[in-house]
Write a protein that binds this ligand. Structure first.
Ligand code: NAP
Length: 280
């Protein structure tokens, strides 16, 4: 049964395209409309089954939609929301899927057309790939979607958003925008910063083949720089705090190694093993 009559997706890349494919596959909307700047993206989105129809006119795209999902790079979410909310119908819901939340939610909690209800969301699913070509209808299956309501979020909109992500086979977790950004800084943004740094620090290898361990550690350094400088800058404070905590551990390990202290070194590795084993 359709949850919404018409859903519009603004930005048909990995996340927006996958969302359209999943919505259509599960029949969550009578119609999915897509917006992209590029006719070629719209053609590909339609060919891959991510949208029923598309347009390069953003205002026309949101006209008559019950739910509008903003799936552009993080920096563009607030300007698009402000611009498009004026053209959205009364009673409709605006949701973003940005990887950082505090700045976006603070900006959109105020200053939007009051007839539009905003809900901040982050489906924690994705990869280092980008664009409609990488979209996958099963991308969200079994993952978590974090919703970041505040005192200003309309309860009915939050219930509808929760139902929507659950129907996409996601477990919905509610967090404050600040708690979301701190947790993601530690578990996603810091690892991306480390991978970029590691890949950037090693120039040439004298080995005939790059070791699997290096490729595993740096896979996410293949993520899109345009998407990630946005994410780093918009969650700068939490990422700097996570970097400082990491530096303390790094210095401790370095000290242990420089002293040649086998017992302390083994204890640090055993502790890290146990922490990693406990992760799901
Ligand atoms: P993506 O594959 O690069 O897609 C971004 C989309 O935004 C593209 O379709 C692009 O459209 C559009 N876009 C770029 N610049 C634009 C502009 N100036 N005006 C209008 N549209 C523009 O990126 P993504 O991975 O889907 O990420 C989209 C959002 O999801 C981001 O906010 C990201 O933080 C969030 N997110 C990402 C992941 C992940 O793992 N990748 C996971 C969860 C959430 P064109 O076709 O017009 O170029």
């Amino acid at each position: 049964m359709a949850v919404f009559d018409r859903i519009t997706i603004v930005g048909l890349g990995l996340i927006g395209g996958s969302l359209g494919m999943a919505i259509r596959r599960k029949g969550l909307a009578r119609e999915v409309v897509g917006f992209s700047r590029k006719p070629s993206t719209l053609r590909e989105a339609k060919r891959r089954g991510a949208i029923d129809q598309g347009t390069t006119d953003a205002r026309a795209a949101v006209d008559g939609a019950d739910l509008v999902v903003l799936a552009t790079p993080v920096d563009l979410i607030v300007p698009y929301a402000r611009r498009l909310a004026r053209s959205m119908k009364p009673g409709s819901i605006l949701m973003d899927v940005g990887s950082t939340k505090a700045k976006i939610v603070a900006a959109l909690d105020r200053g939007l057309n009051r007839q539009v209800a905003f809900v901040g969301a982050h489906p924690v699913a994705g990869s280092e790939q980008r664009g409609i070509a990488a979209a996958d209808a099963a991308l969200f299956d079994g993952s978590v979607c974090i919703l970041t309501p505040t005192a200003k979020t309309r309860p009915a909109a939050l219930r509808a958003a929760t139902r929507f992500w659950r129907r996409l086979n996601m477990r919905v977790v509610i967090m404050s925008p600040a708690a979301h950004d701190q947790a993601l800084a530690a578990m996603s943004h810091l690892p991306h910063a480390l991978a970029f740094c590691l890949a950037g620090a090693i120039s040439a290898t004298s080995l005939p083949q790059t070791p699997r361990s290096f490729l595993d550690m740096t896979r996410i350094a293949q993520s899109d720089p345009e998407l990630w400088d946005d994410i780093f800058l918009s969650n700068r404070r939490s990422i700097l705090a996570a970097m400082d905590r990491f530096t303390t551990h790094w210095r401790r390990l370095r000290g242990t190694l420089s002293r040649g202290d086998r017992r302390a070194l083994r204890a640090a590795l055993v502790r890290a093993n146990a922490r990693r084993d406990a992760l799901s």
